[in-house]
Design a protein around this ligand. Structure first.
Ligand SMILES: [Zn+2]
Length: 168
């Protein structure tokens, strides 16, 4: 081995066995979490972003509920909307056949949350009501993005608008 400087611009990621640039490793902000320091003295995690993503995707595939719940909780906090659901509430609305109820397409969660347009995602029927029982539904990420926080009227207007252009 060459020099063992504490500060590096590249590092070997053990899980994938590849040497990668420091920016391909996530920064660590918390003091108490161990890591390695890049050449600018920024503390980073030991495995690369790709490996981290793969790991979380595998976790998500096995049990998607904690991740979905965490993301929802953070969003609720950020938008100051109610958050009163549990894992079980998500499980209860999870489509058994994995078909998106809005688009009728098969959803898959092989690529993690928001991994692609077919990933399952949690939608609030009435956005401002927040994450409460009866107001949540699982739809594909694509359907969720199309609806976003639009009202029915807004969706209809948008649809009419695009129809005019695309049906010429
Ligand atoms: Zn890696």
């Amino acid at each position: 081995m060459g020099k063992t400087s504490q500060y590096r611009s590249e590092k070997l990621c053990t899980p994938c066995g590849k040497v990668k640039k420091s920016k391909e490793f996530r920064k660590i902000k918390a003091q108490y979490i161990p890591g390695w320091k890049d050449k600018n003295g920024i503390k980073r995690v030991s495995q690369c972003l790709e490996c981290e993503r793969n790991k979380s995707n595998i976790k998500f595939r096995k049990n998607p509920f904690p991740q979905i719940l965490n993301v929802a909780k953070r969003r609720a906090k950020r938008n100051s909307i109610p958050f009163e659901i549990t894992h079980q509430d998500i499980k209860d609305v999870w489509p058994k056949d994995m078909i998106c109820p809005a688009l009728g397409i098969k959803m898959n969660h092989g690529k993690g949350m928001g991994g692609n347009k077919f990933s399952p995602s949690l939608d609030r029927l009435i956005p401002e009501k927040g994450y409460v029982k009866g107001n949540i539904i699982i739809v594909s990420y694509l359907a969720n993005r199309i609806k976003s926080d639009a009202s029915l009227e807004e969706i209809e207007k948008t649809l009419k608008f695009y129809r005019r252009f695309l049906k010429k």
